[in-house]
Structure formats: structure tokens, C-alpha cells
Design a binder for this molecule. Structure first.
Ligand code: SF4
Ligand code: SF4
Length: 351
């Protein structure tokens, strides 16, 4: 078994391997037994942190199969994407069944990236009340939150409700490193990271190609990161993450600059969610659509989610009057209209 370095997961006190098993790409492994075998391979290498979610199709089922008889070896995180009390409870019961366990270590409120969701989960009829009760009953041990919105994530942490967070941190998207991760560290909140390799975008094009180990090292170099969750659909993905931990060497400032500039293909024309384009005369929710456009480029395996999210927006991009006001107001001069058209083309079909 390889030796993977361990880090203390904030106030949970758990000594987690700095590499965790993430639960998204395993959805693409069709055969349940083959998926369980891969997960078992990761556990046999010594990985002791798992991050899955109710929203990831049959991912929980696959982990449940692999965890039979090994449940106590790991710290198990899953998530609810139901934000109301009743449905959150139902989802928790399904998670416990699929994961074949009687407790979850950390139950995340999934993707609290909008104020609407944040307001919902903390309302009287919200999922947080279900989480408190579940914790009192010993069904979950800790409450966590995941988000793609750094300001909102910080606000969530400031309430003191959450013991663990999960957010994006990689060469292309590293804004969380400025405020969120230091805040979490200072308040002893466990920090887990998703998309450490930005869904593999760095390796797809020559202009952005970076050595995967260096991309990993960038993430592991941040002392505020406790666990970086690696998505995997074969043994090679797991081996590579473990190799990154084993060979870790800090990058110097010049190397970081070079790597970040390679990732700039994504970073420079990414929407910064400033909202300056939001007063569209056709009332199109432009920043929301821009976020979908950016995420869809990186997280291709989450396309069903983008289709659902786009379906919930109104009016859609095809209401565009082509006035160009949004592009005039965008401080980053993004080609907004083209991306709106792209999102409508890919995600505009009925769900
Ligand atoms: S170009 Fe389209 S999306 Fe942009 S402000 Fe005008 S109507 Fe709205
Ligand atoms: S103005 Fe530009 S950067 Fe700001 S939210 Fe709109 S598209 Fe994104």
C-alpha cells in the first residue's frame, strides 16, 4: 500500500488522506461491480476520504457496494440537493440505503451558489433543520456546505453552521484561495476541494497543457487544503493522484505564474459574475447563463445538470434583442451573445 500524506480535517479531527475519492466520473463506469472494484482499488491504496452525492446518479450505490465491511475505514461525505425539510429527509434516507450504512460522516448542503438556495435551506422549512435533527439522531456526524460562489460560501461559513466545506480550487479557478480557504482554516472548518484538475481541461489542448502532477502540486501546496477529491474512472486516475501526493514538491513563484498563464485560456475569458450585464432589456438572466456556459466547458460530464438549470431560467437566450448592451457593460469584454447562443443550442431542448 502506498503512503499518502494525511491532513487534519478541521474540527472533525479526522486525519484524512490529502487525496480523496470523488464521486462524479465513476457515474460513467456502467457496470456496478466494475465501479465497486475501482473504488476498492482506491481504498486498498490507503485513501480514506470519499465524496459523493445524492445528485450523482448511481454513484452512492457504487460506493455502498465497495464499502461493505469497510465502512469504518473511511470518512464518508455525501450531499443533498433538496433544499426543503421534507425532501432533504427523504434524500438522506435514500443516501443511507444506497451507501449501505447507518451514518454519514459529513452531509453537505449541495451547491449553495445562489442566495435563493441559501435562504431556503436556513428557513423554517429548510434542509438545515433536517440536518440538525439528523445529527441529533446520530444519522450524520457533521454538516457541510458546497458552493461555486465564493462570497456566498464565506457568508455560509460565518454563521458557524458548517464543519466542512467543498469548493473549487485549481490552476484556472483559484479565487477561493483568497478569502474562503484562509477563513476556513482560521475557524477550524475542514476544507475539501473539488475539480483539482479543472475537469481535465488543462490536458485537452496544447496551449493549456500542463503536467498533471504539477497541476496537482499547485492544489496540494495550499496549506489550507485538507483533502483534494480526485474524480476517477480507471486505476490510472487514482494512481496519478497518489503519485502527486507521493512526489509532492512545492512549486516556486515563477513556476506557478507559468502554469497559471497556461490555464489562462480558461481563466481570461471566464465570467467573473460581477453582474454588470444583468439589466438586460429583454430580462434575460445573463450572468446565470454565462455561468452555465463556463461550467459546461469544464465539467462536460455534468451536462444533464446544465440542461436542468437552463430549463429553470426564464426568459431564455432566444429572447435576445441583439442590442449589445450587455457586452458594452461587461468590464472583461466577453463575447456574451455568442455564449448565450451556444447555451441555448446545447441546453435549450426540453429536459
Ligand atoms: S444583447 Fe441580448 S442579452 Fe445582451 S443586453 Fe441585449 S437583449 Fe440582453
Ligand atoms: S458583465 Fe461580464 S463578467 Fe460580469 S457577469 Fe456579465 S458576463 Fe460576467
Amino acid at each position: 500500500m502506498s503512503t499518502i500524506r494525511k491532513r487534519r480535517l478541521g474540527r472533525t479531527g479526522f486525519m484524512a488522506t490529502e487525496i480523496g475519492l470523488g464521486g462524479i466520473p465513476i457515474m460513467q463506469v456502467q457496470d456496478l461491480d466494475e465501479a465497486a472494484r475501482l473504488i476498492t482499488y482506491g481504498l486498498d491504496q490507503g485513501i480514506n476520504y470519499i465524496d459523493t452525492a445524492r445528485a450523482y446518479a448511481d454513484s452512492e450505490k457504487k460506493f455502498g457496494l465497495a464499502l461493505k465491511g469497510r465502512r469504518r475505514e473511511v470518512f464518508l461525505a455525501t450531499k443533498t440537493h433538496a433544499y426543503d425539510y421534507d425532501t432533504a429527509w427523504k434524500y438522506l434516507e435514500t443516501s443511507l440505503t444506497d451507501l449501505q450504512t447507518d451514518y454519514i460522516d459529513v452531509w453537505h448542503m449541495h451547491d449553495i451558489s445562489t442566495r435563493e438556495r441559501w435562504d431556503k435551506i436556513r428557513s423554517q422549512d429548510g434542509a438545515l433543520r433536517a440536518a440538525h435533527e439528523a445529527r441529533d439522531q446520530g444519522l450524520i456526524r457533521y454538516i457541510g456546505v458546497t458552493s461555486h460562489n465564493d462570497d456566498l460560501l464565506l457568508e455560509c461559513m460565518q454563521t458557524g453552521e458548517f464543519d466542512v466545506i467543498l469548493c473549487v480550487y485549481n490552476l484556472a479557478i483559484h479565487g477561493a484561495g483568497e478569502k474562503c480557504l484562509p477563513y476556513a482554516h482560521e475557524h477550524d472548518i475542514g476544507v475539501t476541494i473539488m475539480k483539482p484538475l479543472s475537469g481535465g481541461i488543462f490536458f485537452r489542448r496544447e496551449e493549456t497543457y500542463v503536467d498533471p502532477l504539477k497541476a496537482w502540486h499547485f492544489v496540494l501546496q495550499n496549506p489550507h487544503v485538507n483533502v483534494a477529491c480526485a474524480g476517477f474512472k480507471n486505476e490510472r486516475d487514482i494512481d496519478q493522484a497518489i503519485e502527486a501526493s507521493r512526489t509532492f514538491q512545492p512549486l516556486d513563484e515563477a513556476e506557478i505564474q507559468e502554469l497559471v498563464s497556461r490555464a489562462r485560456f480558461l481563466g481570461e475569458d471566464i465570467c467573473r459574475a460581477c453582474g454588470y450585464c444583468k439589466d438586460c432589456p429583454a430580462q434575460i438572466p445573463v450572468p446565470e447563463i454565462m455561468r452555465i456556459a463556463d461550467e459546461a466547458r469544464v465539467f462536460s460530464y455534468e451536462w444533464p445538470r446544465f440542461r436542468r438549470e437552463y430549463a429553470s431560467l426564464n426568459p431564455k437566450a432566444d429572447a435576445c434583442l441583439d442590442c449589445g448592451e450587455c457586452e458594452e457593460r461587461c468590464p472583461f469584454k466577453l463575447n456574451i451573445r455568442e455564449r448565450l447562443r451556444m447555451v441555448h443550442q446545447y441546453f435549450g431542448q426540453p429536459v
